[in-house]
Write a protein that binds this ligand. Sequence first.
Ligand SMILES: [Zn+2]
Length: 415
Amino acid sequence: MDEQQEREQRGLIIAAKAKLQKTDDGRWFVPSQSRRGGDHYYTVKPDPVKPFCSCPDFTARQRTCKHLYAVEIVIKREYTDDGETQTYTETVTVKKTYKQEWSAYNRAQVNEKDRFLSLLNELCKGIEEMPQTFGRPRLLLADMIFASTFKVYSTVSGRRFMSDLRDAQSKGFLMRTPHYTSIYRYLENPTLTPFLKQLIEISSLPLQAIESSFAVDSSGFSTCRFAQWVKAKYGDQKMMERHEWIKVHLMCGVKTNIVTSIEVTDSNVADCPQFEGLVKTTGRNFVMNEVSADKAYLSSDNMQVVADHHAMPYIAFKANSTTSKNHSAIWQRMFHFYSFNQQRFMECYHKRSNVETTFSMIKSKFGDRLRSKTRTAQINEALCKVLAHNLCCVIQSIYELGVEPTFWTEPETSN
Ligand SMILES: [Zn+2]
């Protein structure tokens, strides 16, 4: 666990144990953990654009501290359970449920690998094999996808992975045990790409009844070990231009972080036009109530596509955004909502931070670097990471929410 993840963990504990108080102007008071007995509070402003905490850690680093994490968690908990909840000032005393969640979390962790393999196997069973088009002996798409996704999930070196693969074959998950070097070759196969995208979609279906609020964002994955996305995006323009990235655009459910639709592009592709496809794909499988996104996605068309799905678009306006007769009806409606119900708007908009959490979950667990050398293989590798993430989310939901996953039974709503 790196230092930032430790802060997030401590934030979780504060959110569970401490009383956080909210003022009418959007500030929060979070009790100091170190000054025992006293009643010392830090002032926290969870402003998405300019977050603030008065603690020494934030003052020194200007990055999210445990108090900001704690406030974010409390906001998520209060406003994601029920979109209509209006109890802004309610304080939090959830020591008991926190303990239960913790043990469910532990059980999910302990059983994750076994569950992962059988769920991945279930998913791959549904793949329709193509007529033979490549090589002898014939390779099954299901085997290729199983092995590649398992490889990405395991994150161990090739040689150590061989024993994992033999293990998987002995359990009947693979027709034959491929050599680990062939897995890199599998990923170069463009046939895999649409199947991986489909499996990501299918793997989200067990959470249909749970997710109704969604968030959209993009993030880069490095194809070179020396480049970090955040550094390049905010600092070094040359790094961005050298095409060392591929960009993952995704939509996720804000409760479980499950990815419900995905697009992978070159890094120079703009975010805004990806929005529509992501919304439509998710809309095929989920009933959406809300979709949040940052100002990079701001456009009338994007608001409209959300409204077409009978959901509310919480897309951040820009500082110079206005409304006039030239704007579409949906723009005017949302701008008025934003202007006159700013607090409510921001509460819904705030759920957007969950999509950042989704990316950080994927990157911290499976790495933010892609090992593959060709563009096709890089895209497939990134898709494998997201598929592995989704299966972990489903496993978490089995233990925490009692979800019983079935992937390939047609939902009643579709045809
Ligand atoms: Zn702080």
